[in-house]
Design a protein around this ligand. Structure first.
Ligand SMILES: CC(C)(COP(=O)(O)OP(=O)(O)OC[C@H]1O[C@@H](n2cnc3c(N)ncnc32)[C@H](O)[C@@H]1OP(=O)(O)O)[C@@H](O)C(=O)NCCC(=O)NCCS
Length: 280
């Protein structure tokens, strides 16, 4: 352990406010591959939706000040490392490894069925660190975009409650979906979220007031698959909200929906992530 890491103590995030977590995240994500700013309210909403377990999340402290964090969400016997970072001046000195080893150790102690994370492709330091403690890549998570079509044939999309669509995703979707687009996460009521159904295909979307609209969740009921229902739903969404472009963030499992988005007229965006899981 480096001298820097030996001067670090880890404390849980249980007594840390959402404002303090936002401040820590803004520090540790300085210079991140995609620039990102954390606001207190967004952090509160996202971490609640992601089932943050503050008692299993770690703040690295040095001389009484936070210098890193590793935030963990937990559901039943599954856990997810949702955010991790180290203040720029202390990177490369073992602080990240210290936090990650604690997260892994606690997950093994709980006999978790699964500990997972997502990492942006190209974040080589983070990927090397995760692999070194036993994470392996499960799949690629792709991003897609679609330009505004400015009109077109509008199909009969049915508005449904966000929770109803989330329940379909939870009941009919694979149980290893990325945490952020799982039915359990999408169930949490969120401003700007809307849900639609076309036939037996369901979608949760973010109706952002500016910039591209975002796909969030997508699911066809199990016994209605391979009938083109998801393709029709995606095309219908693009046509119904035709005034602005669309994007699907880098959470789309390549093996499940890679072809689908292309068939529906989307193009693949440059950014992608890996979904990684801790090996047994
Ligand atoms: C990724 C991050 C959390 C790693 O924390 P860290 O304290 O810098 O990492 P450590 O010093 O503990 O290094 C652990 C391992 O990471 C890899 N690593 C870290 N820094 C590296 C560097 N500069 N060059 C090459 N590998 C590096 C190595 O595998 C290293 O193991 P080793 O020292 O035994 O070779 C940190 O760089 C960071 O905060 N980055 C910005 C936020 C971020 O990308 N978070 C991850 C989101 S998924």
């Amino acid at each position: 352990m480096s001298a820097a890491a030996s001067a670090i103590s880890l404390s849980t995030a249980s007594n840390v406010s959402f404002k303090e977590i936002a401040d820590i995240l803004n520090d540790v994500y300085t210079g991140y591959i995609t620039p990102i700013t954390f606001e207190e309210e967004t952090v509160r909403v996202v971490l609640r939706a992601d089932s943050l377990d503050a008692d299993e999340s770690w703040i690295a402290m040095r001389d009484g000040a936070p210098v890193g964090c590793a935030l963990v969400g937990r559901r039943d016997r599954r856990s997810r490392l949702g955010a991790m970072g180290v203040t720029p001046a202390l990177r490369g000195m073992g602080v990240g490894r210290l936090m990650l080893e604690r997260v892994v150790e606690r997950s093994r102690d709980r006999a978790d069925e699964r500990l997972e994370l997502e990492v942006i492709e190209g974040n080589t330091h983070a990927i090397r660190l995760y692999e070194s403690v036993g994470f392996v890549t499960q799949r690629q998570l792709l991003a897609f975009e679609h330009e505004a079509v400015g009109g077109g044939e509008v199909a009969e999309l049915v508005d449904v409650a966000q929770e109803e669509a989330a329940n379909v995703i939870a009941d009919h979707g694979p149980d290893d979906l990325p945490w952020q687009i799982s039915g359990r996460t999408l169930r949490a009521p969120r401003e700007l979220y809307k849900a639609h159904r076309l036939g037996r295909a369901w979608a949760v979307v973010v109706d952002t007031p500016e910039g591209p609209r975002a796909m969030r969740g997508l699911c066809v009921e199990r016994d209605a698959r391979r009938q083109g229902q998801a393709t029709r739903l995606l095309r219908a969404l693009v046509a119904q909200y035709s005034d602005r472009p669309w994007m699907a963030p880098a959470l789309c499992p390549e093996d499940l929906v890679g072809e689908l988005f292309l068939r529906a007229g989307f193009t693949q965006a440059d950014i992608s992530q890996r979904q990684m899981v801790l090996r047994d």
